[in-house]
Design a protein around this ligand. Structure first.
Ligand code: ARG
Length: 461
């Protein structure tokens, strides 16, 4: 028998029951639901809306339910419409009439809005701590490889020399921004919707500030319609997760390239690679590929929920029940990816000799050659042109800039002197790039220090 049976003259069709039911997925919010109900019952007791005994009975009953779910002695009833109905019904079974009073001055609409926010709060904290673990790994490796020269690319063409440490620190920037985005989202969502009622508040003398305080929110939400109709926090979170995944996916793509024989910049640990069922020589970067692939799921979760919300009139509509599967799927996916990606990175073997070899060809020092002339007073555009002619000469002669004779250099500009060889040497090219944020060692040290400070602050918060 449904809770609302009084109004109806027929049983719900079993297909509608199945269709409508959300307990198969929202059961995972049982802790949040019970926590919210305990706060609500506490406040109802304090306000004299329930007697002290009723409030205490309810709270004890709810704690018992929580303990029994956790110990496995109470299992979810798939017939219950959702986790809220299940817990309320179980409470009434246990404490009788007091249980029936729990829902005074509350609706499932503000209840579910609350549960989702409590769930998000935890999820955000968990994802942030995984992002920080990844940043710790990046810090370690960036320090280790701060002088390991590799080619930097644009258009996937060798462009200018950088170091592997500098490259890793670029990812550190992305993940630090991710952490800050997740933090922003947590701060903005930290308002308590409980007490919004179904949509229009309540005539009972509730104290919303008190429930907000009991549940660790900074304030109650300001408008009861918005309190129940808003899913911005879910969408912001999905969007922040999509960006985490986008960064992981770009990183994965590079790792996939780097472990190909064409690059051979890194080799994955055997424990983080897979073989082929037919080609005995293969060592495949499946983990990185799956991270790249799963990024699509998280984007899908974001797009799905944005689409669910775009046409909904205020306030609550059942469409919004679709929010949870999107959020749960995205959290599970992002956490799984972070869990697997970080140790893959930690165990990956870096091959500095191959990186350096790749940086030694492809005229990666051509800009430095032009800069050499520019520093000697040639306008940069002219210096650029002279260097372009030198590159063409090298290509025709199958040479590199550093193997040209001084006489050959001088054919293109009399300004060239013996010191050009030092100016275009790979190490000079990298070490000289000490502009703020650059790959030169002193600039990388500044970036490492900033990351260190960030990690220290995060470990204290
Ligand atoms: N299971 C519902 C959801 O997830 C709970 C809220 C139901 N509210 C209602 N008015 N039917 O959205």
């Amino acid at each position: 028998m449904k809770l609302w049976a009084g109004r109806f003259s027929k049983e719900t069709d079993s297909r509608v029951n199945d269709f409508n039911s959300s307990i198969s997925f929202d059961a995972r919010m049982y802790r949040e639901d019970i926590r919210g109900s305990i706060a609500h019952a506490t406040m109802l007791g304090e306000q004299g809306i329930l007697t002290t005994e009723e409030s205490a009975q309810i709270r004890e009953g709810l704690k018992g339910i929580l303990a029994d779910i956790e110990s496995g002695t109470l299992s979810f009833d798939p017939e219950a419409e959702d986790i809220h109905m299940f817990i309320e019904a179980e409470l009434t079974k246990r404490v009788g009439d007091a249980g029936k009073r729990l829902h005074t001055a509350r609706s499932r609409n503000d209840q579910v809005a609350l549960d989702v926010r409590l769930y998000l709060r935890e999820a955000i904290a968990e994802v942030r701590s995984q992002v920080v673990s990844l940043l710790q790994e990046l810090y370690k490796q960036a320090g280790k490889y701060k002088t390991t020269i590799m080619p930097g690319y644009t258009h996937l063409q060798r462009a200018q020399p950088i170091t592997f440490g500098h490259h890793l620190l670029a990812y550190a920037q992305m993940f630090m921004r991710d952490d800050s985005r997740l933090h922003d989202c947590a701060v903005r969502m930290n308002e308590c919707p409980l007490g919004s009622g179904a949509l229009a508040g309540t005539t009972h003398p509730i104290n919303r500030a008190r429930t907000a305080e009991l549940l660790g929110f900074s304030a109650p939400t300001a408008n009861s319609l918005d309190g129940v109709a808003d899913r911005d926090a879910c969408i912001e979170f999905l969007s922040a997760l999509s960006m985490v995944m986008m960064h992981l996916s770009r990183f994965s793509e590079e790792i996939i390239l780097w472990c190909s024989s064409e690059f051979k910049f890194v080799e994955l640990d055997d424990a983080y690679a897979t073989g082929s069922s037919i080609m005995p020589q293969k060592k495949n970067p499946d983990v990185a590929e799956l991270v790249r692939g799963k990024t699509g799921r998280v984007y899908g979760d974001l797009m799905g929920l944005l689409t669910v919300m775009k046409g909904l009139p205020l306030a609550y509509n059942k469409d919004m029940q679709e929010d949870k599967e999107a959020v749960f799927d995205a959290v599970d996916t992002a956490k799984l990816c972070l869990t697997t990606f970080a140790p893959m990175l930690a165990t990956m073997r870096v091959l500095p000799d191959h990186m350096r070899k790749a940086a030694s060809s492809g005229f990666i020092n051509a800009t430095d050659c032009a800069d050499y002339l520019a520093k000697k007073g040639i306008p940069f555009r002219d210096a650029y042109k002279i260097t372009g002619q030198l590159v063409a000469h090298c290509l025709a002669e199958n040479k590199t800039l550093e193997t040209l004779s001084l006489a050959e250099f001088k054919q293109y500009s009399p300004i060239f002197e013996e010191d050009v060889y030092h100016a275009i040497a790979l190490d000079t090219c990298v070490n000289g790039r000490v502009s703020a944020g650059g790959p030169g060692l002193s600039s990388v040290e500044v970036q490492l220090q900033a990351l260190h400070t960030f990690l220290k602050e995060r470990s204290q918060s």
